[in-house]
Design a protein. Structure first.
Length: 248
């Protein structure tokens, strides 16, 4: 305590100079050693964090694009008509028996086009603006489509018209009882010029009984192939016009 500080300070620095090598031996010294900023391998911590965040953002974008490509790919694999284009859309709002999607006339959508979900026809485009559209679902009583009932045991198709029951299914009206319709038969949307080139699955017959009000026809219930709550993306079938084909 009686020795001046200037002398004790020199003693401290001399001790560090003499024994510093031995004090720095060990993994802890290597861990805390700061690399020279001029080193080509040196990256400041804040730059490292920025790069990591950018990487994570790119990774999220990649997975989102990959998911959309997979969704579109699954639909394309089951679409046999080469003249049909597909516009993939996201559901941005849900109403009773109706979807609102984030595509519109700017993407080639127009009223009456068929909409696919879970690889099946789920309805049609009802209203269109520049960037959004409404989809009327099969389960809506306002949705009426011509259909074909597949009867594989007799190798035939029976024609009919489907209409939603305003719940979670649909009915096929006025099919004569003379046609041998069975539960489990598949129901397809019938081809429609300018909108659908070949039959496309809608669902299957869940019940077929004699109509109480009109015993000469069947009372046919249809269960759609899609699950309302599980659908987040849809694909709109956009038929190519002669102008489009010529441009290609």
């Amino acid at each position: 305590m009686l020795i001046p500080q200037s002398i004790t300070g020199r003693v401290n620095f001399a001790f560090i100079d003499i024994f510093g090598f031995f004090l720095n031996i060990g993994t802890s010294a290597a861990y805390y050693q700061t690399p020279e900023s001029g080193s080509p391998f040196f990256v400041p911590r804040h730059e490292h964090n920025k790069l990591r965040v950018a990487y994570q953002n790119l990774q999220a974008e990649f997975f989102e694009q990959k998911k959309q490509i997979e969704e579109l790919g699954k639909v394309r694999m089951t679409e046999p008509d080469p003249a049909a284009g597909l516009v993939l859309a996201k559901i941005i709002n849900r109403r009773k028996n109706e979807f609102i999607i984030n595509r519109g006339s700017a993407d080639g959508l127009k009223k009456g086009q068929y909409v696919l979900g879970d690889n099946a026809v789920i309805g049609f485009i009802e209203q269109v603006s520049a960037d959004i559209s409404s989809v009327r679902l099969i389960s809506s009583s306002l949705c009426k489509l011509h259909v074909r009932i597949s009867a594989p045991d007799v190798n035939a198709y029976f024609n009919g018209t489907i209409q939603g029951d305003d719940k979670d299914g649909a009915k096929i009206m006025n099919v004569p009882k003379k046609y041998n319709i069975k539960t489990g038969y598949l129901v397809y949307a019938a081809p429609k010029a300018g909108f659908l080139q070949s039959p496309r699955i809608i669902g299957h017959i869940s019940q077929c009984v004699i109509d109480r009000d009109n015993p000469v026809v069947w009372d046919i219930s249809v269960k759609p192939a899609y699950e309302f709550e599980n659908i987040t993306n849809v694909a709109v079938i956009v038929m190519k016009t002669e102008v489009d084909k010529g441009a290609e």
